[in-house]
Design a protein around this ligand. Structure first.
Ligand SMILES: [Zn+2]
Length: 210
């Protein structure tokens, strides 16, 4: 288990690349023609890999950490690495939220007052983080912490750009769960020799939920 990741993780990398590289308008697609196929996100290889990981997700199969790290390195080499890692993090949180939490539970978390919704949301955040990010979620006062002992994106991009993947996941997860829009801070980083990576999110519901 420890040397594998859920297939949704590498899939989120590829989906983000595909989304970022997709031409915005149809006429743009015509203009670039073959050139656009040379871009990583639109190559046949990426499409085939997306299909393969999609199948793995459906079958609940996990992927090797090495393969996920290899894909993270491809993202990390791009000049827009941070934007792609953030898009990937949001994608993972969105898919995990939609596929693992039932509609009734999702609605309840938005209807219930914060003191009832938060413990439920925390449980889901814990489960999602453990399964999809190999991470641990805890709450201390008004903050939610995410700790990742073995980051897949660590050192795959200059400085700690790879860490933005987890940061964006946590932020999106809390936004979807309880509409929390607080800041997320990277409080500890393995790239700085601090052992593990950890993020602290402000647990900040909208006024209606207070
Ligand atoms: Zn870090």
């Amino acid at each position: 288990m420890s040397d594998t990741v859920d297939a949704l993780l590498p899939l989120s990398f590829l989906e983000a690349v595909r989304n970022v590289d997709s031409p915005v308008e149809d006429f743009e697609a015509e203009l670039v023609g073959d050139l656009r196929n040379k871009r990583l996100g639109l190559s046949d290889t990426v499409y085939m890999q997306i299909r393969r990981f999609n199948d793995a997700v459906k079958r609940g199969q996990r992927t090797s950490i090495d393969e996920a790290v290899g894909l993270a390195r491809l993202l990390g080499r791009r000049p827009d690495a941070e934007a792609v890692f953030r898009a990937a993090g949001r994608h993972l949180a969105g898919e995990a939220y939609r596929t693992t939490i039932g509609g009734v539970a999702r609605n309840m978390m938005h209807i219930l007052p914060a003191f009832l919704a938060r413990p439920v949301a925390l449980r889901h955040a814990r489960r999602i983080s453990r399964r999809y990010l190999n991470g641990r979620v805890s709450r201390v006062g008004a903050h939610v912490y995410l700790e990742v002992a073995h980051s897949i994106t660590q050192d795959t991009a200059p400085r700690s750009v790879g860490c933005t993947y987890y940061e964006a996941s946590l932020k999106e997860m809390l936004r979807l769960l309880v509409n929390s829009v607080g800041a997320v801070e990277h409080v500890r980083c393995a790239t700085r020799g601090e052992g593990t990576c950890a993020w602290r999110a402000e647990w900040k519901p909208t006024a209606a939920q207070e």
